[in-house]
Ligand binder design. Structure first.
Ligand code: ADP
Length: 516
């Protein structure tokens, strides 16, 4: 069978700790997934932005191609003038060369000396790619003019090829872009429009550190986390970065915030559970103490009752002849009734205190007088039990405001305990005094002593020390010191205990003195 406290622990484990742990692990896992999703969605957005930049470059080149198409089919414009018209007017174009269907160069005579080298290179690239040209032709026949990037082996220039049909013939156009100019002059306005003040959009060559363009002209040292290749420009990449916190930072700070919230919730839950557990543990201990109290009090009542009835019966039957013996029996009966009535008083006192019904009648009192009266009444008991009694009274003690009867009961309680919890060394000392403007009375014994742990507990109701043999054997209710504590509280006083196991204990009651 599990003890009640173990049961409570198990219940707490099952209904608080396990669900809290499972909930926390699940929540942490699920917000990690959510954050992955957010990052994915955000990246898709960045993707869409970069797509629109690429789309814009496609639109620009397509518009040039359309312009050429129109010019080629306008009778007033001579064929050999078209190239000059396009290249002269448009930024970003380094050169434009034209070829017929059989890839023979057209208007070679118009090519400037400075572009001859480039022309050779372009012509070679085109002749090496007849398959691609054929594919572009098929597209054109299907009414789709595709712009095809070709490799020229340089990052400075980029070759784009597209076909137009003019007056029944197909013309192959080789457009050579100046890559940097194309980005900085042609694409820049659109990039500025997209970036606004929310993003940095930049262009870099292969390596992210080699940034050649940025929407914010002042900043060229951006570490782009997200990038995509330019559709048309070989080896060039587009990068994008948020101007505020990066999404990574945002996601990270959100994760941290969520983590803190979960930790705080867990903490509050655990503190709450711990407080409930402590309370239940206390209640359980109290229930245990009460049950011990009932059994020990029943015992306390039964023993004197049995003794009393036994002696009365003996006396009644006239079996005791000697007067001396009779006196002894009367005195035992008297002692036992005293014991009973003191126990009943204690219980009544306690019940009044517990229900907050105990009334005190305070008056100016002299502590020495109260103590001396108690000692006078108790001397006989101490002597009969062979206790050595020492008394020391401080002369002219200031008066205190006290209920003399209640204080006398309290002192009786302390003397009673000194007698109960002393074995071989039967000694009680009672002392009054003045210390730091406070009046005190001290009851000292050389009895079994109280451990430091128990010193903190003995003033709780029903608490009794059970592990020591004598403490266990000595009869009691566990109420005495809790009553003492309560009475001292009502007198705005204090009770202090000094004790060492095996050496003895000193209880000191401290009272405030009356000020004028
Ligand atoms: P009771 O004596 O009826 O058990 P008390 O409230 O008077 O109840 O005391 C509580 C406990 O404190 C006792 O059970 C005992 O273990 C311990 N105690 C009190 N006074 C002394 C003392 N003078 N010496 C040793 N132990 C003491």
């Amino acid at each position: 069978m599990l003890s009640p406290i173990k049961k409570i622990r198990l219940i707490f484990l099952l209904i608080i700790f396990l669900p809290t742990a499972i909930f926390s692990v699940y929540e942490i896992g699920s917000f990690r997934n959510n954050e992955k999703m957010i990052e994915e969605i955000y990246n898709n957005q960045l993707d869409a932005i970069l797509y629109s930049v690429n789309q814009n470059s496609n639109d620009v080149v397509s518009s040039w191609a359309s312009k050429m198409d129109v010019m080629c089919n306008t009778p007033q414009i001579k064929d050999n003038e078209i190239v000059d018209k396009i290249t002269g007017e448009t930024a970003g174009i380094q050169a434009l060369f034209q070829y017929d269907e059989n890839l023979q160069a057209l208007y070679e005579e118009n090519i400037k000396e400075s572009q001859k080298e480039l022309h050779k290179l372009v012509t070679k690239a085109i002749k090496d790619s007849t398959k691609t040209i054929k594919k572009l032709k098929r597209y054109l026949e299907g009414d789709y003019r595709k712009i095809e990037p070709f490799h020229l082996g340089s990052s400075d220039v980029q070759l784009l090829v597209f076909l137009v049909s003019a007056k029944g013939k197909t013309i192959v156009n080789a457009l050579v872009l100046n890559s940097l100019n194309f980005i900085k002059e042609v694409l820049d306005p659109k990039i500025q429009e997209i970036a606004q003040d929310k993003f940095y959009i930049g262009a870099f060559l292969n390596n992210k550190e080699n940034i050649v363009y940025n929407s914010d002209k002042q900043k060229l040292d951006i570490n782009y986390q997200y990038s995509k290749p330019f559709w048309f420009l070989d080896n060039y990449y587009l990068g994008i970065e948020s101007k505020d916190k990066t999404i990574h930072e945002l996601v990270q700070s959100r994760s941290m915030k969520n983590l803190y919230i979960i930790l705080i919730i867990d903490f509050v839950l655990l503190i709450g559970a711990w407080m409930i557990y402590r309370n239940m543990k206390k209640q359980n201990e109290l229930a245990q103490l009460k049950s011990d109290f009932i059994s020990s009090v029943s015992h306390e009542i039964r023993t004197p009752l049995a003794l009393i009835s036994m002696y009365i019966e003996t006396l009644e039957l006239g079996r005791v002849k000697k007067e001396e013996k009779k006196q002894e029996y009367y005195s035992i009966i008297y002692q036992e009734t005293q014991r009973l009535s003191s126990l009943v008083n204690k219980i009544l006192n306690f019940s009044q205190i517990d229900n907050n019904k105990k009334k005190f009648s305070f008056s100016n009192s002299n502590l020495n007088n109260i103590v001396k009266d108690v000692v006078k009444a108790y001397k006989f008991k101490l002597d009969s039990k062979n206790f050595k009694l020492e008394q020391a009274y401080s002369e002219e003690l200031p008066e205190i405001n006290a209920d003399s009867e209640a204080i006398a009961e309290v002192i009786v309680n302390l003397i009673d305990n000194s007698i109960k919890y002393s074995s071989d060394r039967k000694f009680v000392s009672i002392k009054t005094g003045l210390d730091e403007n406070k009046v005190f009375v001290e009851v000292e014994d050389h009895g079994i002593g109280i451990s430091e742990y128990d010193q903190k507990k003995i003033f709780e109701k029903f608490y009794r020390v059970t592990e020591k043999n004598l403490a266990h054997k000595a009869k009691g209710s566990g109420l005495g010191l809790s009553i003492v504590k309560h009475v001292m509280d009502k007198h705005k006083g204090k009770i202090e205990v000094k004790s060492k196991i095996g050496e003895g204990s000193t209880f000191r009651l401290i009272f405030p003195i009356i000020r004028n």
